[in-house]
Design a binder for this molecule. Structure first.
Ligand SMILES: Nc1ncnc2c1ncn2[C@@H]1O[C@H](COP(=O)(O)OP(=O)(O)OP(=O)(O)O)[C@@H](O)[C@H]1O
Ligand SMILES: [Mg+2]
Length: 505
């Protein structure tokens, strides 16, 4: 073994019922480097990291992991063991307890105790030390639920690092972060690296691999495709390693021809509790059009679409017209009656019932369509769901496995399938490709084009400006709860959008 190898996977394999998640995975990770782990949804990235962190203990997989020259054998319920050995993980989904403070979360389950009572002073001063050491801009006494996602992420990192970690695993840490927060995270990672820490980094944002990693391992269908220094790989090559073929373009061509106006929003104001969240939004949407909504975090993008869907905020002023007629949308039910569907941003909370099968998740809101006389037409339901599963390339052994057994990106596809089946006139998609791999993104784009070509009007929020520019016919820019420009795509550039999003125009 090479002297500065800290971790080596030797023929690691893992089987779930009906799925070979990993097969003969072998590669090495050098001490003090940032090692990227790249691959499509369901390629096995999270599974490998769960093995490394003891979620799947020794004996539940084949092969060996050599850590600091010795075989790593973590036993059942061993997540703490991994931490004690210096292996820390920040999972794909946040695991914090919202009602507790940063400090309480960081020391959860191992609070400093003195004479039978928790020593709070010590807990908070120790937290402060950790935050300072790693340059994390947080207050130990802040309550987690009041923090933005970016700071929650930092709390997760602080928690992971609090036990003198040698290896830090980050599984899609940036999927919910804004540009500024991502930059901060990159700084934190550079600090950790300079302190000699080894990081394993998973993301679906290709540019991040090139910004931060030293080496990349690509997984496809549970197998290692390649491990190479990042400087030897181009973005195009990385994508082709991932998907197993060349991908010439990121955005599929389309023959969309936007038609007449189907939705008109005039000077919309809305409040949630005491707070006015929309302060004057006006735009229109055409049949067969894809309207992108751009804006910074907190600009009111999600608030706008949730309100149009009858949730979140109460309309106090302005009007909404569907097909020329003013409508009153009071809840999601009335929204759907007017032909509006929403693919939500937070799939865990609004999109999926995790314990239920793929089939039930897809057909749940669509039962009306399958209800024949007296009973549901299961056959039609299964057939349609299977078609969706195929069309979206949802990776799963069959329709009956629970949604929670799917990889993160495949869960997202199930949510999209569910709303597509409701055949809306207006489809709102809030960050539809978050956590989705490049190949599947392309499939989703193709599907959006198909829908639009068939006359459905689509509103798409996206944090990735490239996606907005690549997919939209027009771009609505939000700023501080107001619409600040509705640009035809020919006039939409990185600069013109950013200027408006920052309120400089
Ligand atoms: N608990 C489980 N039970 C059954 N199958 C599982 C379970 N966990 C993962 N799988 C399957 O194993 C394969 C690998 O999943 P994994 O979560 O490792 O993918 P991933 O590379 O992290 O994908 P993503 O980028 O979407 O997060 C997938 O086919 C997934 O459906
Ligand atoms: Mg994953």
């Amino acid at each position: 073994m090479n002297d500065d190898t800290i971790l080596e996977f030797q023929n690691v394999s893992k089987v779930f019922p009906g799925v070979k998640a990993l097969s003969d995975v072998s590669f090495r990770i050098q001490r003090g480097t940032i090692h990227g782990l790249c691959g499509e949804n369901g390629a096995g990235k999270s599974t490998l990291m769960k093995i490394l962190s003891g979620v799947y203990p020794h004996g539940t997989y084949d092969g060996r992991i050599i850590y600091n020259g010795q075989e790593l054998k973590l036993h059942g319920g061993a997540i703490r063991q991994a931490a004690e050995q210096g292996i820390a993980i920040v999972y794909q989904e946040l695991t914090l307890i919202p009602n507790m403070t940063v400090g309480e979360n960081v020391f959860l389950g191992r609070e400093p105790v003195e004479r039978g009572a928790i020593n709070w002073d010590r807990l908070y001063s120790d937290t402060q030390l950790i935050l300072k050491r790693y340059g994390l801009d947080l207050h130990p006494q802040d309550v987690v639920k009041d923090l933005g996602v970016g700071k929650m992420q930092m709390t997760e990192i602080a928690k992971a690092l609090s036990e003198d970690a040698k290896v830090l695993i980050l599984d899609e840490p940036t999927s919910a972060l804004s540009e500024i927060e991502i930059n901060k995270l990159m700084d934190i990672l550079r600090t950790l690296k300079s302190l000699g820490m080894t990081c394993i980094y998973i993301t679906h944002k290709m540019s991040e691999f090139f910004e931060i990693t030293d080496t990349i391992t690509v997984l496809r269908d549970g197998k290692v495709v390649t491990t190479q220094p990042t400087k030897d790989i181009t973005p195009e090559k990385l994508v082709s390693y991932m998907v197993g073929r060349e991908m010439k373009e990121r955005f599929p061509k389309s023959n969309r021809r936007p038609g007449e106006v189907i939705l008109e929003v005039k000077d919309l104001h809305a409040v949630r509790g005491e707070r006015e969240v929309l302060k004057g939004v006006s735009f229109d949407l055409r049949r067969g059009e894809i309207l992108g909504i751009a804006g910074l975090m907190g600009s009111g993008r999600t608030e706008l679409v949730m309100t149009l869907f009858g949730e979140f905020a109460r309309i106090t002023r302005g009007s909404v017209l569907v097909e020329g007629r003013e409508v009153r949308i009071t809840d999601s039910h009335s929204a759907m009656e007017h032909g509006i569907s929403l693919v939500p941003e937070d799939r865990k909370r609004h999109g999926l019932v995790l314990g239920q099968s793929i089939l039930n998740n897809i057909s749940l809101p669509n039962l009306d369509r399958f209800a024949g006389f007296m009973r549901i037409n299961r056959n039609a339901e299964v057939k349609e769901s299977l078609r969706m599963m195929k069309e979206l390339a949802i990776k799963a052994p069959n329709l009956y496995v629970p949604a929670e057994s799917l990889s993160g990106g495949n869960q997202q596809k199930v949510v999209i399938a569910k709303w597509l089946m409701s055949k809306p006139k207006i489809l709102i998609m809030d960050d539809p490709t978050r956590g989705v791999d490049v190949g599947a993104k392309y499939e989703i784009y193709k599907l959006m084009n198909d829908l639009a070509e068939n006359g459905i009007a689509i509103i798409m929020i996206s944090s990735e400006l490239e996606e907005v520019l690549g997919m939209s016919d027009r771009v609505l820019v939000m700023w501080q709860g107001k619409s600040n420009g509705l640009l035809p795509i020919q006039e939409a550039t990185q600069e013109s959008i950013m200027h408006r999003a920052a309120g400089l125009m």
